[in-house]
Design a binder for this molecule. Structure first.
Ligand SMILES: Cc1ncc(COP(=O)(O)O)c(C=O)c1O
Length: 395
């Protein structure tokens, strides 16, 4: 009974269904009874805003990645916002300093860099992987200090991250890693993506992500000053969180505001759900790997291509490249399968005004990429339906 209600609420019914055919939504968030119990348990405490459940998730996430500090926020985008604003603080980076982003990514982080006064530019994509390679980021770095924001697209670890970090250290650049896709991904030598000594790695727990805290983000860093600033700035800049003020009759209501902060704290419900999902991350990864393996076999038969190196990733996305996208999407839709696109060309969006970038690799990739449904709740029948759709495409 409980599960049926949950299934409807997860995404709402998929409208526009093909008659006589069951449908495969592009995504359904995976929530277990343990996740739901964790959320309700927070409500039962009556303390739903940021408190001990957030702290517990932070501690577990930092430990999994071997990093000194974790600061949870309400989104990956706002994690970038805080780190970038910290860098632009008193005595910090000049207005107009360059910030280099990968071309194939979501808007949030680069928009925050622009809001914080950085001069945003994009580096080109390898059309075989969807990622901007480390060498392209290095090439785009100026002689003046530059922010470099690598992303392993789709959760495939980037080659050469150690080299990028060394290059940045030698030239006074700063690496802020976008780990929105990376939860659970590891390099070939076993180190977790996000565990390297970048200034910060920033994570997303948006509902489509491998760990879904209903929404949320995390900043991981080894820099104690940055962590302390973000911890305060995520909640207006108060020096004493509400939980510390009202814990007992002996504690004090008073607080000070040493900095002018923001409002992007997470809730204890997000902390509790995130921690619950993190606890079963390895099971989730195994399930996604199994689905991706099935898709890979079918693609080989169908003569289609996924991303080079995709088997090394966490399978957060399963992306086909160089497809005749409109025709394939239409065909899959007629098969009851909903797909998506990661991403429409961010560098061509109207929001950038007159700015233009020449990014031939990204243009080719953006034209032909198509993301198949991949999530833990896909049934065997749904996976078979996607595979049948791919095999019956005559493109
Ligand atoms: C690559 C990438 N970066 C950043 C974000 C922003 O994440 P959030 O929605 O948690 O702000 C996303 C979200 O989809 C993303 O895919």
């Amino acid at each position: 009974m409980r599960r049926a209600r949950h299934d409807r609420l997860a995404c709402g019914p998929l409208t526009g269904q093909v008659s006589g055919m069951s449908t495969v939504p592009f995504h359904l968030p995976h929530f277990t009874d343990a996740d739901r119990d964790a959320a309700v348990a927070v409500m039962d405490t009556r303390f739903t805003t940021m408190g001990t459940h957030v702290a517990a998730f932070e501690e577990a996430f930092a430990a999994r990645h071997g990093r000194a500090h974790a600061v949870m926020v309400n989104s990956c985008t706002n994690g970038h916002m805080l780190v970038l604003r910290y860098l632009r603080g008193p005595g910090g980076w000049d207005e107009g300093a360059r910030a280099v982003f990968p071309a194939m990514t979501f808007a949030g982080p680069s928009f925050q860099a622009a809001h914080a006064g950085f001069d945003v530019t994009f580096a080109d994509t390898d059309p075989a992987t969807g990622s901007t390679p480390v060498d392209a980021l290095i090439e785009a770095a100026g002689t003046a200090p530059t922010i470099l924001a690598p992303l392993g697209y789709g959760g495939i670890p980037l080659d050469g991250m150690d080299r990028l970090i060394r290059f940045a250290e030698e030239h006074g650049h700063v690496v802020i890693e976008d780990c929105a896709h990376a939860t659970g991904a590891s390099y070939a030598d076993g180190r977790a993506v996000g565990s390297l000594s970048t200034l910060a790695s920033i994570w997303s727990f948006y509902p489509t992500k491998v760990v879904n805290a209903t929404e949320g983000g995390m900043i991981l860093t080894d820099d104690a000053d940055l962590a302390a600033w973000c911890r305060s700035a995520r909640l207006h800049g108060v020096n004493k969180p509400v939980g510390d003020r009202y814990r007992s009759l002996k504690t004090d209501w008073a607080y000070a505001l040493p900095i002018m902060g923001h409002k992007c704290n997470p809730t204890n419900i997000q902390g509790a759900v995130g921690l619950s999902q993190l606890g079963r991350l390895d099971t989730t990864l195994a399930r996604l790997a199994g689905i991706a393996g099935r898709y890979r076999e079918v693609l080989a038969q169908a003569g289609m291509h996924t991303l080079d190196g995709s088997e090394r990733g966490n399978q957060h996305l399963f992306v086909l490249r160089d497809t005749p996208r409109a025709a394939l999407m239409e065909h899959l839709k007629n098969h009851g399968v909903q797909c998506s696109v990661h991403y429409p060309p961010l560098w061509q969006m109207e929001a950038w005004g007159d700015r233009r970038w020449d990014l031939p690799g990204a243009e080719r990739f953006a034209e032909g990429c198509l993301s198949l449904p991949i999530y833990a709740d896909l049934t065997e029948a749904q996976i078979a339906q996607v595979c049948d759709g791919l095999l019956s495409f005559d493109g």
